[in-house]
Design a protein around this ligand. Sequence first.
Ligand code: VG1
Ligand code: CO
Length: 543
Amino acid sequence: MQLHSVPTQPFNDQKPGTSGLRKKVRVFQQPHYLQNFVQSIFDTLEIPPNATLTVGGDGRYFNREAIQIIIKMAAANGFSKVMVGQHGILSTPAASHIIRKYHTFGGIILSASHNPAGPEEDFGIKYNTANGGPAPEKITEAIFARSKQIDRYSLADLPDVDLSRLGKTVLEGFEVEVMDAVADYADLMQTMFDFPAIKHWLANGHRMVFDAMHAVTGPYAQEIFVRRLGAPADSLMHCEVSETFGGGHPDPNLTYADALVNVAYGAQAPDLAAASDGDGDRNMILGQHFFVTPSDSLALIAAHAKRIPAYAQGLAGVARSMPTSGAVDRVATALGIPCYETPTGWKFFGNLMDAGKVTLCGEESFGTGSDHVREKDGLWAVLCWLNLLAATGESVESLVRSHWQQYGRNVYSRHDYEAVPTAQAQAVIAHLQAQFDRLPGQTIGRYTIATVDDFSYTDPVDGSVSRGQGLRILFRCGSRIVVRLSGTGTEGATIRVYLEAYTEDPALQQMDAQDALAELIAVAHQLTQLPTLTGRQQPTVIT
Ligand code: VG1
Ligand code: CO
């Protein structure tokens, strides 16, 4: 095999964020940019003989070109095989499953998740380790360090692979296997859930609608919901995948999934309405005229887990990211199982799952998952809900309301201020942090501050410490305000303000979250001075 060693110079901005390296497509298209990062990944790994690399992406613009480059680089860097999804596509949870099922050495996932796609939009790349999960910080930091030193990358002189044709191609001893992107994943789902019960539920007067937002889950939804579970074809919305995700913003929330929200709040609302994001790891769940917050969804799945065949034996433990509401903590207490609080980002759950400490985990950002893979999993979450609806015969709303009755309600909302100039966003953080010493004990309206901190996490498995994970203001009544900057954006900074108030009062439980949180929102504005420092009076997105 003819190898080329191409001279290059470092870029200084290849620092992976919450979930890999995300930049504008134009940035990735600069000569050597993608290659530098891929070589930096390979340089930090010790690749054993006969190692296989899994490669797949969410199908967005630039996916195919990037995959051809990665295949040639994998061949030149000592991998003996690449497994790639047909057309270069694998949802993020499916990629995680492929890594685990076929024991590949690791995987490269090409995705900018819910960010828009197209020549002027976003692209992303991340590395997952042999457990199927996103590389831990230790590795992402080493990749970044390497990217600042790099002076050459290696490429094999191979022809482009036809990614549309299933099967194996051997090129001078190096093998590329183009695999069905859906089958293995759909099979896994079928082993975990009570498909006959869901099928029966769907055949007997119940309806679901699933919105793939023109992104990667389209073909998965077709196979699972329509072909295997017998849902009518018109249960699917926006399931034709396009390189630009139909020009939309494939983020399953009340703002961007408005087409689905209109269906769920319309006259003929289905029993379950759900959506997934660009790369298939997020989910949104709606009942008839009813929205389930992701934090409540995690708590409810945990509370009813034994009704799902995969979890019939119970849960070892649960975990949630720090900004996620404490609803699942209450379920864990009731079940007598541990609950872990990790920093934002899925990479922190992997160790807990590998050590058998945690079965279910989730994030407030529409991410829920379990130890069946090492990524959050959108379609899995939808199947959890379908299974619970079929097993209980109840509606989404009645399940959630009985949950609140039993455990109380963690009223929750997140306010995002997107594309804020970086200096202004940092000023907000600095302003809040500067008051830290004198905040404990202060009372603002009906809220008295108990403690404040910048969240720091010590991994209970390997002892690694992650600092600076978000500013927390904890009130005596159990309410919280959390402020942190996003690590996934590509334009300026995004400030996230997370608001949570716990109530056992049935009257408050009926209220709209924004109304119930109004006073806490005012406290957040006062403490951060966000409106003054940024000139923003309203968040860009409220979830
Ligand atoms: C956001 C979410 C975080 C999630 C991450 C990746 O990160 O808040 O919970 O894990 O996106 O999700 P940040 O740093 O922007 O707050 V995905 O669906 O992009 O892989
Ligand atoms: Co995603």
